[in-house]
Design a protein around this ligand. Structure first.
Ligand SMILES: Nc1ncnc2c1ncn2[C@@H]1O[C@H](COP(=O)(O)OP(=O)(O)OP(=O)(O)O)[C@@H](O)[C@H]1O
Length: 247
């Protein structure tokens, strides 16, 4: 589904590469967890794959389509849930979703029904006509998720979709993502919640300093790391214990 070849990114004015000749294949139907410490390059990689920023060099294809030649098709094919909320605070939940769906050309009664259905599935039907500015973090994350999937993307990129939300919202989000995946959506997500990734992901890639360190199912990675019982131990063995503070 996704073929990444020798992808590098050096931001303007940055001294170091944020991604360095990274190669990776992600198969159709996976729930792929992109894990790594702060500053590892996760957001950079997801932002390149979802067309938000350009790589410095290298290439990638999604569903056989090269990004440079097929930008329009790829926009319809993918959904993006960014780390920051991309919502209009003074519009209601319904108005936000209507706006984002319209951007993908959605319209008509079936579109309106689809918004209502998604609000129900994610437990937000009571808040459909309330303004976003009063919503909790967990509610905003769920609205952000709906906004990114109304056009039924084949591939969904999520940058830390469960950060800063309570256990209840997290569980609704994860269950919903599993359901989407069961219906055929390939999921690529970043997270610092290693317990969550261990049970949620079918494949995991650990990256650091812009390079892929290891790749496999959570079970394979745990088996291959001597003495490890959980993904967290694999992660620390691969990336070390040094703090990654940067400003
Ligand atoms: N716009 C930018 N300009 C310059 N450097 C940047 C920019 N965005 C990110 N970087 C740098 O690129 C590196 C990778 O950052 P990135 O945000 O991709 O990491 P991350 O793995 O997503 O981290 P986190 O877990 O903190 O979100 C870091 O060193 C960061 O400082």
């Amino acid at each position: 589904m996704i073929q990444i070849d020798q992808l590098s990114k050096k931001y303007k004015e940055a001294e170091q590469y944020s991604l360095l000749e990274l190669g990776l294949n992600i198969q159709t139907g996976e729930i792929f967890g992109l894990l790594g410490p702060n500053g590892a390059g996760k957001t950079t990689l997801i932002s390149i794959l979802s067309g938000l920023i350009k790589p410095t060099s290298g290439s990638f294809k999604i569903d056989g389509l090269d990004y440079n030649a097929h930008k329009k098709e790829l926009k319809q094919l993918i959904g993006i849930v960014p780390q920051e909320y991309a919502l209009y605070p003074s519009l209601t939940a319904y108005e936000n979703l209507y706006y984002f769906g319209s951007m993908f050309g959605l319209k008509g009664p079936s579109f309106k029904t689809s918004i209502q259905e998604h609000l129900e599935i994610l437990g937000l039907e009571k808040f459909a006509h309330k303004k976003i500015k009063g919503f909790s973090g967990g509610m905003k994350r769920r609205i952000n998720l709906i906004a990114s999937i109304l056009h039924r993307p084949k591939v969904l990129f999520l940058d830390e979709p469960t950060v800063g939300v309570d256990v209840q919202s997290k569980s609704v989000i994860i269950d919903y993502l599993k359901e989407l995946n069961a219906r055929g959506t390939t999921i690529i997500y970043t997270s610092h919640h290693l317990n969550e990734a261990e049970t949620f992901c079918t494949q995991v890639g650990i990256i650091d300093h812009g390079k892929l360190l290891c790749l496999g199912t959570p079970k394979e990675l745990i088996q291959n790391e001597q003495g490890a019982e959980h993904l967290e131990e694999v992660f620390l063995a691969q990336t070390g214990k040094a703090l990654r503070d940067y400003a």
